[in-house]
Write a protein that binds this ligand. Structure first.
Ligand code: ADP
Ligand code: MG
Length: 486
C-alpha cells in the first residue's frame, strides 16, 4: 500500500487552490446553510483518495446485483410476509411508517392493487471494512429511497484523477502518484440517469419516448441539489429526457391526474417516473398537505422510484430479519450455497429487541456489553442512532413494549487512516474512517415478481473523523472521498 502523498507546505497550498477551483468549475459543490441561489461552496471532500483493499471493493461491487434481486424478491415473493412486518412496525411508528403504510392500504382498497406494478429501485448498499475480520465488507444498511451522492461521488473521483494526472500529488510536480486503475471513477451519475431512462422506457410500453418527463420530488431549500443536478444533466444529455423538480408542497398545485396518468399542469407534460429525493423522513412531511401530495403521486400509473413498499422494505428491521439464513434462503432460492454464504458474510450480528430468544439475548447484551453495539430506530438520513454506553439509559426511558421498534447492531471497526479533509479552505488532518456505498439500479414488476433490469451503478466513499459517531456529509460531519485500491 502506498502512503498518502507527502507534500511540503507550498505544494499543499497549491493543491488546495487547484482543488477549490476544480470543484467550483465542475460542480463539486453544495449550498452552505442559509444560502442564496447564486452562491455555492466547494463540497467537503478529502484531498487524497483513501486506501481500500481491492478485494474488499470488488466484493462489494460483485454482490450488488444479488442485493438488488434480494430486495426485489422481498417485495414481490411473499407480500403477506412483508406487509405483516410493516404492519408491526407501523404500530410502533404510527406517524411515519404507519402513514406510509396507510397510503399503501388506500391504494389497495381503491384499486385492488397498486396502480402501476412496475417499480424502479435506485438503491445503495453501505459497508464498512471490518478490519478484525480479514478486511471483509460488512453491511451498515441497505438504502431503498432517496440515496444521495451518486452525483458528487463521480465528481470527487474525477477531481482526484485530475490532481493525480496533473502531477499535484507528486513532490516533483511531474509524475502520477497513482496508476489510473488504482483510483477508479464511479459511473454513478450516468448509471443513475440511465436507470431513470429505463423507467421512462418501460412506462411507455418498452418504447423510447422523449415526450414524457421525469419528476424529481425534492426538499425545499435542498443544500445538496447539485448532487441531483448532475443526474438531471446526464438524463437530458445522454438520454434526451427532461426532468422537473417539485417539492411535496408544490405537488397539488402543479400536477394533475387525468385518466390515471400524472401530468404537469402548466405544460401538460406527462410524467413517466416520480423520483423521490424527499419523502424519506418525517421532517419531509411538514403538513398534512405533504401526505396528501404523496398519496396523489402514488395513485396513478407513473412509475415510482421507489414505490411505497420498496421504500418500506428498506427498514432496518427488514435488514435485521434478513440476516437469518433460513429467511435469506427463502428470498434467494436460486443461489448456490457458496453464493448464499457470500451474502451472509456481509452481515454483522443484528438483534431484534422483542420477546424472541434473540431478543432476550440482546436485552442481556445491552446490560453486559453495550460498548460493542449501536441501537437503531426505523429512520433514514443520519443522526438517529444511539451508541454504546448511551443505549441502556436511552432504553430505560421507554416502555419495554416499545423496544421492538429498534434493532441492536454489532459495531463494525474499520481501519483508520490519516487523510486530509477539506472543508471550505480549511484542512483537517485527523484519523478518519470510511464507509463504502455501492449503487444498484433495478426495475421490477411488483405484482408478477419478474426483474426487467438489474445493474450495479457505481460507488461512493464517505469518510468522517473516527471520533464522530456518524457520517452524514450533508448533515455536516463527513466528507465525500474517493478510493485508492491496493
Ligand atoms: P442512516 O439511515 O441514518 O444513514 P445508518 O444505519 O447508515 O443510518 O447509520 C448512520 C451512521 O452510523 C453510519 O453512516 C455509520 O457511520 C454509523 N454506523 C451505523 N451502523 C454501524 C455499525 N454497525 N458499526 C459502525 N458504525 C455504524
Ligand atoms: Mg446510512
Amino acid at each position: 500500500m502506498k502512503s498518502f502523498p507527502i507534500l511540503n507546505e507550498e505544494q499543499t497550498d497549491s493543491l488546495v487552490v487547484n482543488t477549490l477551483q476544480w470543484s467550483l468549475a465542475n460542480g463539486l459543490v453544495m449550498y452552505p446553510p442559509n444560502f442564496q441561489q447564486y452562491s455555492a461552496d466547494n463540497a467537503p471532500i478529502s484531498l487524497f483518495p483513501t486506501p481500500i483493499p481491492k478485494s474488499s471493493f470488488e466484493d462489494a461491487i460483485n454482490i450488488q446485483q444479488t442485493y438488488n434481486e434480494l430486495y426485489s424478491n422481498v417485495i414481490t415473493k411473499d407480500k403477506k410476509w412483508l406487509v405483516q412486518n410493516i404492519e408491526q412496525l407501523s404500530r410502533f411508528d404510527k406517524d411515519f411508517t404507519g402513514k406510509l403504510f396507510d397510503i399503501y392500504k388506500t391504494l389497495i382498497n381503491e384499486n385492488g392493487k397498486v396502480p402501476q406494478p412496475l417499480s424502479l429501485g435506485i438503491f445503495r448498499s453501505d459497508y464498512m471494512i471490518h478490519e478484525a475480520d480479514n478486511n471483509q465488507i460488512k453491511q451498515i444498511e441497505f438504502n431503498t429511497v432517496s440515496v444521495s451522492f451518486g452525483g458528487l461521488s463521480t465528481k470527487v473521483n474525477q477531481l482526484h484523477n485530475y490532481l493525480n494526472k496533473s502531477g499535484a500529488y507528486d513532490t516533483d510536480y511531474s509524475y502520477k502518484y497513482y496508476d489510473d486503475a488504482e483510483i477508479p471513477i464511479s459511473s454513478s451519475i450516468d448509471d443513475i440517469a440511465k436507470a431513470l431512462s429505463i423507467g421512462n422506457y418501460y412506462y411507455n410500453g418498452e418504447v423510447e419516448n422523449d415526450k414524457t418527463v421525469v419528476l424529481f420530488i425534492v426538499q425545499p431549500n435542498e443544500r445538496n441539489s447539485f448532487d441531483q443536478r448532475h443526474i438531471e444533466y446526464s438524463l437530458i444529455n445522454n438520454f434526451g429526457l427532461k426532468s422537473v423538480r417539485l417539492t411535496l408542497e408544490e405537488v397539488s398545485d402543479k400536477t394533475t391526474v387525468n385518466s390515471n396518468k400524472l401530468y404537469l399542469k402548466q405544460t401538460m407534460d406527462e410524467i413517466s417516473v416520480v423520483y423521490y429525493r424527499s419523502g424519506y423522513a418525517p421532517t419531509d412531511y411538514v403538513s398534512e398537505e405533504c401526505w396528501k401530495a404523496r398519496l396523489h403521486l402514488e395513485n396513478n400509473v407513473a412509475i415510482k422510484c421507489p414505490s411505497i413498499l420498496t421504500q418500506l422494505a428498506g427498514a432496518k428491521k427488514i435488514q435485521q430479519i434478513l440476516t437469518n439464513k433460513q429467511v435469506l434462503e427463502t428470498f434467494l432460492p436460486d443461489l448456490s450455497e457458496t453464493e448464499l454464504e457470500k451474502v451472509l458474510s456481509t452481515f454483522v450480528k443484528i438483534y431484534p429487541l422483542d420477546d424472541s430468544e434473540e431478543g432476550k439475548i440482546a436485552k442481556q447484551l445491552i446490560k453486559t456489553d453495550p460498548g460493542n453495539f449501536v441501537l437503531k430506530p426505523q429512520r433514514e438520513g443520519g443522526g438517529n442512532n444511539i451508541y454504546k454506553e448511551d443505549i441502556p439509559s436511552f432504553l430505560e426511558k421507554l416502555e419495554e413494549k416499545d423496544w421492538g421498534a429498534y434493532i441492536l447492531m454489532e459495531l463494525i471497526t474499520p481501519p483508520i487512516h490519516k487523510n486530509k479533509l477539506l472543508r471550505n479552505d480549511q484542512i483537517f488532518e485527523e484519523d478518519i474512517i470510511s464507509e463504502l456505498g455501492v449503487f444498484g439500479t433495478i426495475l421490477f414488476d411488483e405484482s408478477k415478481g419478474d426483474i426487467k433490469y438489474n445493474e450495479t451503478s457505481g460507488f461512493l466513499l464517505r469518510s468522517k473523523f473516527s471520533s464522530s459517531n456518524e457520517g452524514g456529509v450533508a448533515a455536516g460531519f463527513g466528507c465525500v472521498d474517493g478510493v485508492y485500491l491496493y
